[in-house]
Ligand binder design. Structure first.
Ligand code: IPM
Ligand code: MG
Length: 374
């Protein structure tokens, strides 16, 4: 099916989006994303239902992920997520903290197994990267695909127990071949639509999990002959990204490695306020694929409420939602292009500011992006 037919199909029905702004800068940047969506999606029946999550939900209901929020998410075609957490809730027991008590259960509940984290260093923003100018000249565009519902995060047993008079902590790394296969398949497919270059990252020199990971990925490669597959051990990958980020296109890896490497890649772009993410599920709802879309950057409590946060990560997350959940590729591209135009025109929020550019706040950045929509 080409994207035009998908688009036609998608516009025939109303689309329900659960909007969870959360804490810190979440509500401010979310407001801009919704305005951009409304401006870009004219003629499409997008219905937003806003619900509490994270610290805001703890304050109001005592729970980071209230029943009502989960019900709205279940009744929606996708979740647009802001960010959760902040100093106010840091002294709660670990299992009640906004991040662990809201994000992880959402991932598990909706089987959001595939986490797509683009690390894009825009050519105009290479100066923000901590890497040497000659290493990042022209920018780079890496898509990190992280497995999100397996491995150490969810494996059982997971506990701290008492043994011979001392505490012993146990986390268990478990992957079934089928879990590796579904994330690898998605990675091959996405790589096939990009530069056809896939790097799989594992730790096969030490971990049983690494051996299985590599063998499953290798076996799949035969079904995707046009994608060039390479393998890196995770420690080496961490070095190679810094040595030459432009050599990478799509990277696929397991949950914990993906958590760490995606932060490294985000830092290499120099502008975490620019980076969106998508967490895709197995579920297909009619023409739509369920997913959760959120900025990579977090709640940034230090600048919350000041109107200075960069809304681009949230706006690009909304664009990813249009693309991956609703098949509205043309509108997603329009938003993407509007962001690039706005950056090229010199608009900068404080986090990406440089001399001779136009320093703007959250709302002004959102407005400029809306004006640049075609
Ligand atoms: C992320 C975050 C989460 C994770 C935390 C907040 C539980 O670091 O989305 O990368 O470790 O997955
Ligand atoms: Mg992380």
């Amino acid at each position: 099916m080409n994207s035009e037919t998908t688009e036609e199909k998608a516009v025939t029905k109303s689309i329900k989006v659960a909007v969870l702004p959360g804490d810190g800068i979440g509500p401010e940047v979310m407001a801009q994303a919704i305005e951009v969506l409304n401006a870009a999606c004219q003629g499409i029946d997008l219905q937003f239902t806003e619900r509490l999550v994270g610290g805001a939900a703890i304050d109001a209901t005592g729970k980071a992920l209230p029943e009502e929020t989960l019900e709205t998410c279940s009744a929606s075609d996708a979740i647009l997520f802001g960010s959760v957490g902040g100093p106010k809730w840091e002294s709660l027991p670990p299992n009640e903290q906004p991040e662990r008590a809201a994000l992880l259960p959402l991932r598990k509940h909706f089987s959001l197994f595939a986490n797509l984290r683009p690390a894009i260093c825009f050519p105009e923003l290479t100066a923000a990267s901590p890497l040497r100018p000659d290493i990042v000249a022209g920018g780079f565009d890496i898509l990190c695909i992280r497995e999100l519902t397996g491995g150490l995060y969810f494996g059982k047993p997971k506990e701290t127990r008492e043994e011979k008079g001392e505490k012993v902590a146990i986390d268990t790394m478990v992957y079934r071949a089928s879990e590796i296969e579904r994330i690898a398949r998605l990675a091959f497919e996405i790589a096939g639509a990009r530069k056809r270059q896939l790097t799989s990252v594992d730790k096969m020199n030490v971990l049983e999990n690494g051996l299985l990971w590599r063998s499953v990925v290798k076996q799949l490669a035969g079904s995707y002959p046009d994608v060039e597959l390479s393998h890196l051990l995770v420690d080496n990958a961490a070095m190679q990204f810094i040595r030459n980020p432009r050599a990478f296109d799509v990277v696929v890896t397991e949950n914990t490695f993906g958590d760490i490497l995606s932060d490294e890649l985000a830092m290499l772009t120099g502008s975490i306020g620019m980076l969106p993410s998508a967490s895709l599920g197995t579920g297909q709802r009619g023409p739509y694929r369920f997913g959760l879309y959120e900025p990579s950057g977090g709640s940034a409590p230090d600048i919350a409420g000041k109107g200075i946060a960069n809304p681009i990560a949230q706006i690009l997350s909304a664009a990813m939602m249009l693309q991956y959940s609703f098949g509205l590729d043309a509108i997603a591209k329009n938003i993407d292009a509007a962001v690039r135009k706005t950056i090229a025109a010199g608009y900068r929020t404080r986090d990406i500011d440089s001399p001779d550019c136009k320093l703007v706040g959250t709302a002004e950045m959102g407005a400029a992006i809306r004006e640049n929509l075609s």
